[in-house]
Structure formats: C-alpha cells, structure tokens
Design a protein around this ligand. Sequence first.
Ligand SMILES: [Fe+2]
Ligand SMILES: [Fe+2]
Length: 213
Amino acid sequence: MKNILRKIENNIKKQVLMPLNSHNWDHTERVVKLALHIARKEKADAFIVKIAALLHDIGRRKEDKTNGKIDHAKYGAKLARKILKKYKLKTEIIDKIAHCIEAHRFRGNIKPETKEAKCLYDADKLDSIGAVGIGRAFLFAGEVGAKLHNKDIDIKKTKPYTKEDTAYREYMVKLRYIKSKMLTNEGRRIAISRDAIMRDFFIRFIKEIKGVI
Ligand SMILES: [Fe+2]
Ligand SMILES: [Fe+2]
C-alpha cells in the first residue's frame, strides 16, 4: 500500500501543478495533512482519504482554463478513475476515492456521503479559511487581476473569475459561511478558530479601507 501511495504521489504531482498558485501543489499538501488528521479523529480509512486528497484538485486546471465552466470535482473524479486503474486497485476502492473527489466542491451538487468524503471536504474547506485562507484569498484575487478592494460595488452584482473577484467578495459570498458547512466534529472544531481570525481580519480591513483606524 505504501508503495502505491508513493507512486501515485510522484506521478500526479506534475499533473496537479497549476498555473494559479492559490490552487497549487502546496494547497494539495496542506489538504493531505489536514484530511489525514481529521481521518484519524473520525476513524475513517486513511488510505482512501490520502489518495483522494492527493488527487482532489486534478481537474482544477480544466476549470481554471474554462473560467469556471467545467466542474473540476466531477471532471477530476473521472480523471482519477483513469489514473487509479493503472495501479490495479480494486473497483470498490476506486469508487470510494472517486466519490470523495466528486463530492469535495463547496458549490457542487453531489454531497459527501461517506466518512472519507466528509474528511476530504472539511480539509479542503478549512484550507480556504483562517490565516492561510486570508493569504489565499488575496493571492487568487491577484491572479484574476482583481484590486485590493472594490469599495463602490454591489457584491451581489459581481461575478467570480473577473476583475471584481476581490478577497473581500470571496469572504462575503463564500468564506464566511464555511464554518457552518463543516461535516465532521474535528472539522467544526478547527473551523471555529480559523473563522474567528478571518472575521476579525476583514472587520479591521474594512475599517482601514474607510480610514477610521
Ligand atoms: Fe477543489
Ligand atoms: Fe482543493
């Protein structure tokens, strides 16, 4: 099993490397660590969780290239099936891994049904909040050419992957809700402190933008 894991890790690293740094391999590495930590606490199958975490964003490049038109979770699950067949894993295991990948997306319509899928979902979402989440939100905004802040804009009328896709927009439309979407007890526990630091940051950010502190 360890051998398979090493082979998969080495082979997919190149395929997961993204043009956008906010979703690059270091994001995958953080998600693997968090997912394994949650899996231990939740008594989930660590082998399935690790492979799913390694492969979870393999479809991301396609989604970025199509400006969000292709769902990287569904596409990634298909790609993962193809890759995993080469390693002669049992169909039952491949199915479980593919389910984790297809269900990991926050806005996706496939919901995580297994313990393993819930561990990956929580780990991936946790990486978008907290101190790392703040950093990634600004990194992503820079990558799509957004400004530091758009003060005169109605967020409801803005679109993702555009110049209006600022870090604050991402916080308002998505990141502030993540804490309440956690699916495991350990995920919820970690999300509480990550959410608090992010909320305090954006409250202060807006005050500084207004020049009041
Ligand atoms: Fe993803
Ligand atoms: Fe991810």
